[in-house]
Design a protein around this ligand. Structure first.
Ligand SMILES: NC(=O)c1ccc[n+]([C@@H]2O[C@H](COP(=O)([O-])OP(=O)(O)OC[C@H]3O[C@@H](n4cnc5c(N)ncnc54)[C@H](O)[C@@H]3O)[C@@H](O)[C@H]2O)c1
Length: 324
């Protein structure tokens, strides 16, 4: 099948990562069906802005609805002739999952099973599941490899993402559904969710507000620029596998305190740090081994954090000017 004949269902297609994937597929002339319920986890007006350009593209169809509505998902997939699914809809965020675990379970686990139930009856070329580095929990073996046996997630969010991967495998086993699970390592860039590190730090330092720093600042993250994630997601949609799991990160880490210094430099401002204790559910380090994604997906991350943060700051300031 030629790529132009595809219709891809992007769940959560108005969100940060989903909306970028939508734009990339539309730019290739493909049809995209976006299903998003504009969940109030953060200001839905941000999601409206994310999809503004896509709305004028005749190959784009937006449906405001819930992934847990099986009849809706089934009818839509049939009507649009969906051939691929990128499943990005979820309740994201580690800390809020501790206060609202049942909602996370319902959207992230039940919602994924609803989609898989629809997917197994369709002639799909692939189902790509947006998983997370959080599935590794506090694994001491670095960098994190897909071969690690995982059974110790340390937040409800992480447990729901691991559960999503497990049920994906079950559907592959039972119905031979081709599935690729992508473990994203903290993604940032234009449209990044406002409560995430980098976006939050940039906003707080720019506005002269205190910057809460959890722990002693020595925690480390593998931050992945959105363009690199996009390359990995599109590659996974284009290269179906029977069942595979891939890490998508930069495969480099930066300490929290070094990240704050970098943001200070990019903004030309000084942060007022508010030192706070470690947060439950947060892992001390994330670090991706991306050897498998490099060899099987052709994944080539190209944006080191020093460059990506600079680009983020430029986007942030432009966005602020335009919405002032
Ligand atoms: N951003 C990251 O760093 C990161 C890291 C690891 C994994 N992920 C995963 O990637 C995916 C996208 O994350 P994001 O950062 O773009 O988050 P996001 O919150 O910006 O996007 C998720 C979208 O899903 C929608 N949604 C939520 N519940 C829904 C429901 N029941 N029905 C339909 N739509 C619903 C939301 O309205 C939102 O637009 C998520 O599955 C997340 O768990 C993200």
């Amino acid at each position: 099948m030629g790529t132009t004949e595809h219709c891809t269902l992007v769940t959560g297609g108005a969100g940060f990562i989903g909306s970028h994937v939508v734009d990339a597929l539309l730019a290739r002339g493909e049809r995209v069906l976006c299903l998003d319920n504009f969940d109030p986890f953060y200001d839905p007006a941000i999601k409206r802005a994310n999809i503004r350009a896509a709305l004028s593209n005749p190959k784009y169809k937006l449906v405001e609805g819930d992934i847990r509505d099986q009849a809706l998902v089934e009818t839509l997939c049939e009507a649009e002739g969906v051939t691929r699914i990128f499943h990005a809809a979820a309740r994201a965020g580690v800390r809020p999952s501790i206060t609202d675990p049942l909602l996370y379970e319902d959207v992230n686990v039940r919602g994924t099973i609803v989609l898989l139930e629809v997917a197994r009856r369709r002639p799909l070329t692939t189902f790509v599941f947006a998983s997370s580095s959080s599935v590794y929990g506090g694994l001491p073996t670095l960098p994190f490899s897909e071969t690690a046996a995982l059974s110790r997630p340390i937040s409800p969010y992480a447990a729901t993402k691991l559960a999503g991967e497990l049920i994906c495998y079950t559907y592959h086993h039972l119905y031979q559904l081709p599935i690729t699970c992508l473990r994203f390592f903290t993604v940032y860039g234009p449209r990044q969710r406002p409560e995430m590190a980098i976006h939050q730090f940039v906003r707080q330092i720019e506005e002269g507000q205190p910057v809460p720093m959890f722990g002693d600042g020595s925690s480390r993250r593998d931050f992945t620029y959105i363009d690199d994630i996009l390359q990995g997601v599109v590659a996974a949609l284009d290269r179906p596998f029977p069942f595979e799991v891939f890490n998508l990160g930069e495969s480099a880490t930066i300490e929290l305190r070094a990240l704050i210094r970098l943001i200070e430099q990019c903004l030309g401002k000084t942060a007022t740090i508010q030192a706070l204790p470690d947060q439950p559910g947060d892992v001390p380090v994330t670090y991706a081994d991306i050897g498998k994604a490099r060899s099987l997906l052709g994944y080539r991350p190209a944006t080191p954090v020093v460059e990506g943060v600079q680009r983020f700051v430029e986007w942030f300031r432009t966005m602020r000017r335009e919405t002032a």
